[in-house]
Every structure is written in C-alpha cells, then in structure tokens.
Design a protein around this ligand. Structure first.
Ligand code: ADP
Length: 373
C-alpha cells in the first residue's frame, strides 16, 4: 500500500491512498475484521461488506450490495452524513459518532471511521462501523452519577456550613452562661453540684471545638485561589506557630528541602499543621518525638512524608482515622476531636492527590500525601 503523493489541485483523489486491486493483506483485513466494515463508492452505493457487517445490520450480503449507505442511516442522520462527507473532503481519515439503522428497525450509535482509497483507479470509501451504544450508555451513567454526586456533596457541605455556623452562636451563649454560673455560685453549692457543673463546662467546650472543626471542614477550598506555594516557607511558619508544644515535648524535627507546589495556601498550611502536631501529640510516653519531613518527586506528582517515632497505628484503623470525628483513644488519653485527619483528607483530595499512612504499632507512623506537580 503506497500513499498517493499526487497533489495536483485538479485531481479530486489526490489524498486517497492507492492500493493494488490484488492486495491480499487489504482483502484479508477487510474479510476477517471483527468490526463491521462496509465499502461504498463515491455515490454512496455499497460495493462490499464483510461478515461482521452482515451480522450487525441483519440484511443479507445481496441485500446490502443493492443498497446505499444512506439506507442504513436514520432520517435525522442523513444531513449529518453529508457533513461527514464534507469533512472527508478535507481530511484523509476521521471518526464520527453517528446513528445507524438495522433491518429490524432498531437504531444503534456507532463510531464510523471512513478511509479513502484508490483501488486500482477506482475511488472507494472503506468504513469501519463500531457499535458504541454500550460505551455511550456507560459514559452517560457515569456523567449522571458524577453530577448527582457533586450536587449531593455541595448540598452536604452547604448543610454542614450553615449548621455549624448557626450553632456557634447559641453554643457561645451556653458556654458563657456556664462560666457565669460557676463564678457566681463558687462555694455556694455542694460537691455533687460542682462536679455536674464541671462536666457541663467540659462538654460544652468540647462541643464548641467540634462545631468549630466542622465549620472549618466545610470551609476547605471555599473562596480561595490557587497559587505557587513554597513548602519550605510554609513548614517554617507552621513550626514557628507550634514552637511552644515543640519545646514542651522536646521534639526533634528534621526538614528536608521541600518543593514549590501549586495549591491553596491556607489549606496546605492546615494540612502540614495537623500532620506535624499529630506527630508530636501521639508520641510514646517519656520518649521525645523525632520527626522527619521530606518530599520526593515521583512521575507527575510530589510525594510528601511526615515520619514519627510515636505510638503507631494498628493496621485495622488505617482507613478509619481519616473519617471525621473518628478517634482511637478515650477522652483524656490524648487531646483532640477527631477532625484533623478528615481535614487532611479533604485538602489532599481537593488538590487531586492521595493520603495514606504506613505504621508499625509501638514504633511509629509515616503519613504520606501526594500533590500533582
Ligand atoms: P485527633 O488528633 O483530634 O484525635 P485526627 O483526625 O487528627 O484527630 O486523628 C485521628 C486519630 O488518628 C487520632 O485520634 C489517633 O488515634 C490517630 N493518629 C493520627 N495521627 C497519628 C500519629 N502520628 N500517630 C499515631 N496515631 C495517630
């Protein structure tokens, strides 16, 4: 098969590929192709069909050989097929999505790939017709469920935002009333009443933290623009903010050279802050935290690692810890509200990355997250 290099403007077949009439490879490919294939002339009359085309359209070979390609199109597609021909005037090869009609009247969507050949001196169009009904249906279902999922997510976020925002005000009132009560009745109540008040105060403070966390969670990614973020500077400023607990815990923190990435600065800051403060918080008793922060470039993303020598996490909890309000400890054991890692998960997702943990209980954990370059 040789490409026709004749470029004379008055030659209408200059861009047709020339093949010998006796070309066996062409004949075999046509005959044995599992894709329904039809050859028609420049007047759209069908001049050959393969077995797959006979099976697909339900007409006999002889019937098809007496038909035009137009007879296989639906009425609405006739215009379209003219457009396809016009396109073909300009290009040597293209695929188009179009509808075809079988003998029994059923219609299917197909990807038609026409190729132009000069068989000897005769111009022909060789068309692969691949049924894509199922593919289209799957695509549609996927798009529909994505749309529904997005709408539901937005609705949920909106709900969490409004609920947590509006709950703050009455909670503030409860907190300050409890404080006033404790102050006013100091020494006037018996021990049991004092204890109840202490519980009340603790519970309402905890609830405020949860509501605040939920509000921050629903705010992630809202009204922010992406920018180039220098992670060295970002981590430096997080460490400055955490300097009191770093000093108190005696933590040793080693930071490798970190890259610049494209992202939401405030959210990335929260991500590092949560992971580093967890690495400090979940230290083994009487063993100062040793933390290493690093990043490596892999394929088309940066992989960050925050490694600690803390208490570690049991394999069976490795996924659960990223769910909002999930904690592995009893109240009082370690401070917290179970929101930090849910924040991290949402932030990494927002950047199109992934987050996970590798850990050996009793030896330490390494939290990894990726951010596309
Ligand atoms: P919080 O720190 O408020 O408990 P997080 O969402 O940050 O909530 O973490 C969820 C749980 O995951 C923690 O309660 C803890 O059990 C576990 N965890 C998180 N980071 C670490 C870590 N570096 N080492 C050991 N356990 C961790």
């Amino acid at each position: 098969m040789a490409k026709n290099h004749n470029k004379e403007p008055d030659n209408p077949y200059a861009d047709f590929q020339r093949i010998d009439e006796g070309n066996d490879l062409f004949k075999q490919m046509f005959k044995y192709s599992v894709i329904p294939t039809i050859i028609h002339d420049m007047d759209m009359n069908i001049i050959n069909v393969n077995d797959s085309a006979v099976d697909e359209f339900g007409y006999s070979r002889n019937e098809l050989l007496n038909m035009s390609i137009y007879d296989l199109h639906t009425e609405e597609e006739l215009d379209h097929s003219n457009q396809v021909l016009n396109e073909m005037e300009r290009k040597n090869k293209l695929s188009v999505e179009t509808f075809f009609k079988r003998k029994d009247g059923s219609v299917f969507m197909a990807e038609a790939t026409p190729c132009k050949y000069l068989l000897g001196d005769r111009p022909i169009i060789h068309v692969f017709i691949q049924d894509i009904t199922e593919r289209k249906q799957n695509e549609k279902e996927l798009t529909d469920s994505n749309r529904q999922l997005n709408a539901k997510n937005k609705e949920l976020e909106q709900f969490a935002y409004i609920a947590s925002h509006d709950l703050q005000e009455p909670l503030r009132t409860v907190n300050s009333l409890v404080d006033i009560f404790i102050e006013e009745y100091d020494g006037k109540l018996d021990q049991e009443a004092n204890q109840i008040l202490q519980f009340l105060s603790k519970a309402s403070t905890h609830m405020s933290k949860l509501v605040q966390g939920l509000l921050e969670y629903s705010r992630i990614g809202r009204n922010q623009a992406k920018a180039i973020v220098n992670c060295n500077e970002l981590v430096d400023s997080v460490l400055r903010d955490l300097s009191a607990i770093i000093k108190e815990s005696g933590a040793q923190i080693e930071v490798d050279d970190l890259p610049e990435i494209n992202g939401y600065k405030m959210d990335l800051r929260l991500l590092f802050q949560n992971l580093i403060s967890n690495a400090i918080k979940f230290a083994k008793k009487n063993i100062p935290p040793e933390i290493k922060i690093s990043a490596t470039k892999e394929n088309n993303h940066w992989k960050f690692a925050i490694q600690d020598n803390g208490i570690g996490i049991d394999e069976k909890f490795k996924d659960r810890i990223f769910v909002i309000f999930q904690r592995l400890h009893k109240e009082g054991e370690y401070e917290g509200s179970g929101i930090g890692l849910a924040h991290c998960y949402k932030i990494v997702q927002l950047h199109g990355g992934d987050i996970w943990v590798d850990s050996i209980p009793g030896e330490g954990s390494t939290f990894y997250f990726t951010i596309p370059e």
